[in-house]
Design a protein around this ligand. Structure first.
Ligand SMILES: [Zn+2]
Length: 315
């Protein structure tokens, strides 16, 4: 076969791979042993008891990204407000939870030392750096520095979902730190993954395997939830749409209940106007349902403090 034919065959093969898409990651996903499926009724009951978790929100980095990805600009409310696509400042968070007997856990992973200026190591491919503009990420506090202040280390990481900007800190944690994810995120096949899969694999490699929350799909009216420690202190709430496994967390902290929405709502404007995320999301209809469900919970229990995916609410 001549060289031109070989090149043509190779580019056809690449095209086929890109068009048919790739899974999010090659890492194995197994059912999580931690947590048990419960009910919204039990979650609501837990909100009436004093919280036991020491909760801290950390600003790990600042970044900016297209507003059209974060917010559905075609929503009538966004049109009415005259919102147009622009580069929107966002923040990358990490939350630490200290349970009185079960140790320290993180929600999402912040950013690692590899994102510091001058670092010679990177888990991100050239394509991801160029395509997502990750060189613009400005580190405020690395995951290593945050984790080093937690006595007895980190027992595990609860991810809101598998997207690059939520897994940038996993490599700062010890090897085999358990990482928990929502169902369907690891195996999701789409075209974007053809570009980001190798970077995702490297970023998550410290986890070894991924542990999937075992939500039970029950009653259609109510969200599926998991009581993570079996004592009503920390809850995983299935909030699909942005990704199939997107998971919000409700923490009954010593400072009152805290809701971490993950990217079920990225922006302050989106939460305040009840407008769902934009083009970065997999399933817009599901995003609307999940956002509504979280907003309803907070209306019912206004003492809940809300922490959005990438911006903070004032006050
Ligand atoms: Zn995301």
């Amino acid at each position: 076969m001549d060289i031109t034919l070989l090149k043509r065959a190779a580019s056809v093969l690449i095209m086929i791979t890109v068009l048919s898409g790739c899974e999010t990651t090659n890492l194995e996903a197994v059912p999580a042993q931690l947590g048990k499926a419960s009910s919204m009724e039990q979650l609501r009951a837990s909100l009436t008891r004093p919280g036991t978790i020491e909760f801290t929100k950390h600003l790990s980095a600042n970044w900016e990204i297209n507003l059209s990805g974060l917010l559905n600009l075609e929503h009538p409310k966004a049109i009415k407000a005259g919102l147009e696509d622009r580069s929107e400042p966002i923040e990358i968070y990490l939350y630490s939870l200290s349970h009185p007997t079960r140790g320290n856990y993180l929600v999402d992973s912040g950013v690692s030392e590899k994102l510091l200026p001058g670092s010679t190591e990177s888990d991100l491919s050239y394509l991801v750096k160029m395509g997502m503009g990750t060189d613009a990420i400005k580190v405020n506090s690395t995951t290593k520095s945050i984790a080093s202040k937690l006595e007895e280390g980190v027992k595990g990481v609860f991810l809101t979902h598998i997207h690059i900007d939520h897994i940038l800190g996993v490599s700062d944690l010890p090897k085999d730190t358990p990482v928990y994810i929502g169902p369907g995120d690891a195996g999701l096949t789409n075209v974007t993954n053809a570009m980001v899969q190798d970077s995702t694999d490297r970023l998550l490699s410290n986890a070894g395997i991924l542990r999937e929350w075992q939500f039970k799909s029950g009653d259609e009216e109510e969200a599926s939830v998991i009581d993570i420690f079996g004592d009503g202190s920390v809850w995983a709430i299935h909030a699909p749409g942005h990704t199939p496994g997107t998971t919000a967390y409700l923490i009954n902290s010593t400072d009152g209940p805290q809701l971490l929405t993950g990217d079920a709502s990225h922006t302050r404007w989106g939460w305040e106007h009840q407008v769902e995320p934009g083009t970065f999301s997999e399933n817009p209809q599901q995003s609307v349902i999940s956002l509504n469900m979280l907003e309803q919970l907070v209306k019912e229990f206004p003492q809940i403090k809300v922490h959005l995916g990438h911006q903070s609410l004032g006050g």
